[in-house]
Design a protein around this ligand. Structure first.
Ligand code: DGL
Length: 275
């Protein structure tokens, strides 16, 4: 007999469309699972808002995904993971996972001397969530943080190459490189899209091959393990479906969503809701 709970979708949410990088990593890692993605596009960005506002928005998003019968909740947004994970996990009767701990664990695994650099939004940096997670996982490891507020708007505008994003990256990477980091963790949904600029910039500034950790892949692996260990995996073996729910479907929605998702929206249901 079909177990209805196992056939429910994995719920993912983010402040906007950037978390589609996490949806993409999850659909590659768990190709048979249905996914429902909520992007709070009407209120993005969260990274510059106060902790209380992020908390209120996060709870509203989580309630929507609970109504959609999500079997687990994946917080794709670093800012929400940093500020509201414990509060969400306390309120929802669902397994909840955020990107901070999987990202921190993956960064430490690639950091032989425990010197991790983190690029993130101001809210994530101010929260201290990455240093806390890293200290818990590996006491004595050192974390160097850099808030990179210009990178989200650049990626939103689709400025993924050229002098402007290159110079902005340079400005944010320089202080991290000066700390002689041995791994760079991308603590924001948007930064993986800058990968083709980031890698050469980091190599040029450091003269080394510093590993870059994208927390989207790190969380996809941990969600797969969690679903397995909690016996929540789907029993179906056909391709899982992705549904996208947004709080505002602006003019450039299709292009922006496809950029983060890395594929066409063809065949993907998109709904706009009021929150
Ligand atoms: N999703 C956010 C994060 O990962 C970036 C965009 C925003 O500031 O809302 O922190």
């Amino acid at each position: 007999m079909t177990n209805l709970r196992n056939e429910a979708p994995i719920g993912i949410f983010d402040s906007g469309l950037g978390g589609l990088t996490v949806a993409r990593a999850l659909s590659e890692r768990l190709p048979h699972e249905d996914l429902v993605y909520l992007g709070d596009t009407a209120r993005t960005p969260y990274g510059t808002r106060s902790p209380q506002t992020v908390m209120n928005y996060a709870h509203a998003c989580a309630r929507v995904l609970r109504e959609q019968r999500a079997k687990v909740l994946v917080i794709a947004c670093n800012t929400v993971s940093a500020l509201a994970l414990d509060s969400l996990a306390g309120e929802l009767f669902l397994p909840v996972m955020g990107v901070v701990i999987p990202g921190a664990r993956a960064a430490l695994a690639q950091s032989p001397r425990g010197r991790v650099g983190v690029l993130a939004s101001q809210g994530t940096v101010r929260s201290g969530a990455y240093p806390r997670a890293i200290a818990k996982l590996q006491p004595g490891a050192q974390v160097f943080l850099e808030a990179a507020p210009l990178l989200v708007p650049l990626v939103e505008e689709g400025w993924l190459s050229g002098d402007v994003p290159r110079l902005a990256l340079c400005k944010y990477l320089e202080p991290l490189v000066a700390h002689d980091i041995d791994a760079l963790l991308l603590g924001c949904t948007h930064y993986p899209l800058l990968d083709s600029l980031l890698r050469p910039q980091l190599a040029a500034l450091s003269g080394k091959d510093i590993p870059i950790i994208d927390s989207a892949h790190a969380i996809a692996d941990e969600v797969a393990d969690m679903i397995e260990s909690k016996h929540l995996a789907t029993e179906r073996d056909d391709a899982g479906k992705l549904r996208i729910v947004v709080t505002d479907q602006g003019e450039d929605f299709d292009h922006a969503a496809e950029r983060f998702l890395g594929r066409s929206l063809h065949g993907i249901a998109v709904n706009a809701i009021d929150l």
